[in-house]
Ligand binder design. Structure first.
Ligand code: ADP
Length: 529
């Protein structure tokens, strides 16, 4: 922020300096224009032949819009033009009255305003090279030649009268000859100056030429004028127009708004950067959190899988050793042991299949073998396989399956694995309900297989999440049973790959019902649903 505020004031200073340069350039252009007009007039005055002086000056006064009044003062100080012998016009009377102190010698022609440094008295100029108003002396052409031609003796006097300024240009070839000259028409002179002011300024700027009494003579720019407004910058026009100024106005009277715009923009950029960094930080944190969770899940997965594999393997090994040693004499008992070995190996196979399917599904390289499958027959086979396990847990399994075949084009192993997983879950988590209902319903669009239990059911907040991989409900029931949170996620993925759905519905009075929908065109009339 400190950098921004430094930058803001630096830009303001730079804007002010550029504006000052522009004002100074315009001021010197104005000065130059006035000088050129004055020099031309003075040279023309100097060139008037003495014998035609009065005649020429009167003609100038009449025809030249730059000349307001003319005068001739004889060497003894008498003003012979305008001629007091004939009735004077109002303008001539004003002229003689205004310059009275000059004509009657009260104010010496020699003194200049610049020499005095004051502003109340006129600044006559006389002599050679002594004052800035004698530029005509300097500018006499050609400047490089050493011509014996005498320099012009004369100059320009800026004259203040009732807060208005005018210029009197005069020439006197030597003290014994008449002094004569002209008063400039200020309106015409100003008209020459106006084009110098730049016509195109930024909308929020105004440049004004202000005379010695503070009046705005002319202004340009898009900013609306306000009499009380303080200019942001003012520059003196120069010695040709003493006390005149060029002023530059901005909306707030300073150049700070220039820097402020940049500072606001940079501030906004910094804010955006902060927001971006903050957002990126949050994303990175989330990513790190997810990675950590993934790593934890994978570790848990490996330990759960190993544990799950160990249990059936231990059972199988134990029963196999008993049978091998010949210690089991009772053939019924031996058959029961063999059945247990078979059931445990089925469980083991399912577990291994789950793990393999998980990795295949994860890498999207699981292949399905589509063939015509009698789903009713498949369901009966599954129930047969699970019979013993259900008996062990004292669960009462009821099934509602159609008598006739239900042919659907699907992957037999995948459907079997899905239904086995659901039954396995019911046995693991809902054995306390003692009931397992299996049903197969046929519709025109496909078949619905339901696996319902009367266990504790699943809380509403977990219903969507149980289908996420590695998700296990955090309760005592789940903690007691082995599992790695893959069964339902794999089942849903497989069913969806086959174009179907796997959904959960709570059972009234407690319990869960998982429904698998497998699509397939069926002739409904063939089935009693
Ligand atoms: P696993 O059984 O290996 O933990 P699953 O994906 O098969 O993983 O199941 C996810 C979770 O859903 C289980 O941990 C369990 O908490 C819950 N669950 C699944 N089936 C049932 C059910 N029939 N009754 C109650 N909870 C169940």
């Amino acid at each position: 922020m400190r950098f921004l505020s430094q930058e803001q004031s630096r830009i303001s200073r730079a804007a002010e300096s550029v504006a000052r340069d522009q004002l100074e350039a315009v001021a010197s252009q104005i000065s130059l224009t006035v000088e050129t007009v004055q020099d031309d007039l003075l040279r023309a005055l100097d060139a008037i032949p003495e014998e035609r002086l009065g005649q020429t000056l009167i003609a100038w006064e009449k025809r030249n819009p730059l000349i307001r009044n003319v005068f001739i003062q004889s060497p003894d100080g008498q003003v012979v033009l305008p001629d007091r012998e004939v009735p004077l016009t109002g303008e001539q009377s004003r002229f003689l009255r205004h310059y009275q102190t000059l004509f009657n010698g009260t104010v010496p022609w020699k003194k200049t305003l610049a020499d005095e440094g004051g502003d109340t008295q006129p600044a006559p100029s006389f002599g050679r090279l002594s004052s800035p108003f004698n530029r005509a002396v300097l500018s006499r052409k050609p400047p490089v030649s050493f011509s014996p031609e005498p320099p012009i003796v004369g100059g320009w006097i800026p004259w203040f009268w009732e807060t208005r300024m005018s210029f009197l240009g005069w020439v006197q070839h030597d003290p014994a000859s008449a002094r004569y000259g002209v008063e400039v028409e200020m309106v015409t002179l100003l008209a020459e100056l106006l084009p110098v002011l730049p016509s195109e300024l930024p909308v929020a700027r105004r440049m004004a030429l202000i005379d010695g009494s503070g009046r705005v003579v002319h202004q340009t720019g898009g900013l609306n004028g306000d009499d009380g407004a303080q200019p942001a910058l003012r520059v003196a026009v120069g010695s040709t127009l003493p006390h005149w100024e060029l002023a530059l106005y901005t909306p707030d009277g300073t150049f700070e708004s220039m820097g402020r715009g940049v500072a606001i923009l940079s501030g906004m950029l910094v804010m955006i950067l902060f927001v971006f960094l903050f957002g990126a930080g949050i994303l990175l944190l989330r990513e790190a959190h997810r990675n950590r969770k993934d790593a934890q899940q994978k570790t848990m997965f490996v330990s759960n899988v190993s544990h799950e594999l160990k249990t059936p393997l231990t059972t199988i090994r134990m029963y196999a050793e008993l049978l091998e040693d010949g210690r089991v004499k009772d053939p019924g008992k031996a058959r029961r042991y063999l059945k247990t070995i078979r059931a445990e190996s089925v469980r083991l196979t399912r577990l291994v299949n789950n793990v393999l399917d998980f990795s295949r599904l994860d890498q999207r390289c699981k292949n399905y073998l589509l063939q015509e499958v009698d789903v009713a027959d498949l369901m009966r086979e599954i129930i047969g396989l699970q019979q013993m396990r259900l008996q062990q847990t004292a669960m009462n399994c009821t099934s509602n399956l159609p008598e006739e075949p239900v042919p659907v084009r699907t992957d037999r192993d995948a459907v079997q694995q899905v239904v086995m997983n659901l039954i396995d879950n019911a046995v693991k988590y809902a054995a306390s309900g003692k009931v397992l209902d299996l049903s197969l319903v046929c519709r025109g669009t496909g078949v619905f297989i339901s696996v319902a239990d009367r266990g504790a059911g699943i809380a509403p907040r977990d219903r969507a999440r149980i289908f996420e991989r590695f998700y296990r409900i955090d309760d005592s029931l789940t903690a007691e049973s082995q599992g790695c949170g893959l069964g339902l996620s794999i089942a849903r993925r497989m069913v969806e790959d086959l174009g179907g759905t796997l959904t959960y519905q709570p059972v009234k009075g407690g319990g869960s019902c998982f429904t698998v929908f497998i699509p397939g065109e069926l002739n409904e009339e063939n089935f009693n649903s």
